[in-house]
Design a protein around this ligand. Structure first.
Ligand code: AMP
Ligand code: MG
Length: 323
């Protein structure tokens, strides 16, 4: 089995971070505004601290490219928030103190290189705040190829079609070894496969894509069920396990300057690919994880069950959305 130590380290770290996020969500979920005006919470910082600490301890040479950094938390006016982050981390690491926590968070300031991890401590912060879906997302990349992905979706039922299903799903994929899902809080790992479901999945936040175009394309390739809105990387998990056939994120057509972040896609891409699906940009180009923290060489995202992929590309070409 390849990447066994990496896999076990990542599963333990992501599971601990997910537990912490669920605890914070039940007690305090006030948002702090970042410089780019997007929200961040105590849980984002605490989760990044816990995951970076674990990866840095097991693989001290590895860079980590995380979504967050501690610049904001170091400001004197956020002293109370820092204390809350430290207290939250202490539930997992009892000896944590402010300096250590700030250092662990900043371990995520690493650069993209030959071998690096990318981390989104809470993907879908808006979903997290709304009480909907979110994900803790971690992937390992070597020579531009995603080798391992571990993603916790604490609010995602194991089976969307079963009202009695356990809530909380962990997705794990290793390159060449397939993808599995398991109950987040312990239980058997089961292989997942894409399928010919009849629906599209897309963001809840309608400005993160082009819903009109996405739905038009989905109809043209035969997806007749109403699209399923869902926050975060959980969308990739739902495609990977066959409960949606297609995830489109055609942001580039409405926000030409927007470039996707590597941590918003890496783990999702390997989970879908290892479940038998296909992921590319809207031109059919492979996602390039070697260009920096953004997917500078890609425009838009298509994640499919594989069978639909060429048809989607051809509809986009027909509609002269792409040349
Ligand atoms: P979702 O959960 O699908 O709404 O996506 C959440 C992610 O969207 C966040 O992690 C942001 O990094 C990213 N995001 C923010 N603005 C945009 C945008 N204009 N287009 C695409 N993605 C965005
Ligand atoms: Mg994100």
């Amino acid at each position: 089995m390849a990447y066994e130590l990496e896999k076990q380290t990542a599963i333990a770290a992501v599971t601990a971070a997910a537990t912490l996020c669920e605890q914070v969500r039940q007690t305090r979920t006030a948002a702090i505004e970042k410089q780019d005006r997007s929200p961040v919470t105590i849980a984002d910082f605490a989760a990044q601290a816990v995951v970076c600490r674990a990866i840095a301890a097991a693989f001290p040479q590895d860079a980590i490219v995380g979504e967050e950094n501690a610049d904001l938390l170091r400001q004197p006016q956020l002293r109370a928030e820092l204390a809350q982050v430290v207290e939250t981390v202490q539930a997992i690491v009892p000896s944590a103190d402010p300096e250590a926590v700030l250092g662990w968070i900043d371990r995520g300031k690493g650069q993209v290189g030959g071998r690096y991890w990318t981390l989104d401590p809470i993907d879908g912060t808006k979903g997290f705040l709304r009480g909907d879906q979110y994900a803790i997302a971690l992937a390992l990349i070597e020579a531009g190829e995603i080798k391992l992905g571990v993603m916790a979706c604490p609010a995602l039922p194991l089976d969307l079609t079963d009202p009695n299903s356990a809530i909380g799903t962990l997705f794990v994929a290793v390159r060449g070894e397939g993808a599995v899902q398991m109950p987040l809080h312990g239980g058997e790992a089961r292989p997942i496969r894409v399928a010919s479901a009849d629906r599209l999945i897309e963001s809840v936040e309608l400005d993160r894509g082009n819903p009109d175009l996405q739905r038009q394309v989905a109809k043209r390739v035969g997806l007749t069920a109403p699209p399923l809105p869902m926050d975060s990387l959980a969308k990739y998990g739902v495609v990977a396990r066959g409960q949606a056939a297609l995830y489109l994120r055609l942001s580039w057509t409405t926000a030409p300057d927007y470039r996707e972040n590597i941590w918003d896609h890496a783990v999702g891409a390997i989970v879908v690919e290892e479940a038998g699906g296909r992921v590319s940009d809207m031109y059919g180009k492979a996602l390039d994880f070697s260009a920096g923290a953004k997917l500078l060489n890609n425009r838009g995202i298509i994640a499919s069950n594989g069978a639909l992929h060429d048809a989607v590309l051809s509809v986009l070409r027909d509609q002269a959305v792409i040349s």
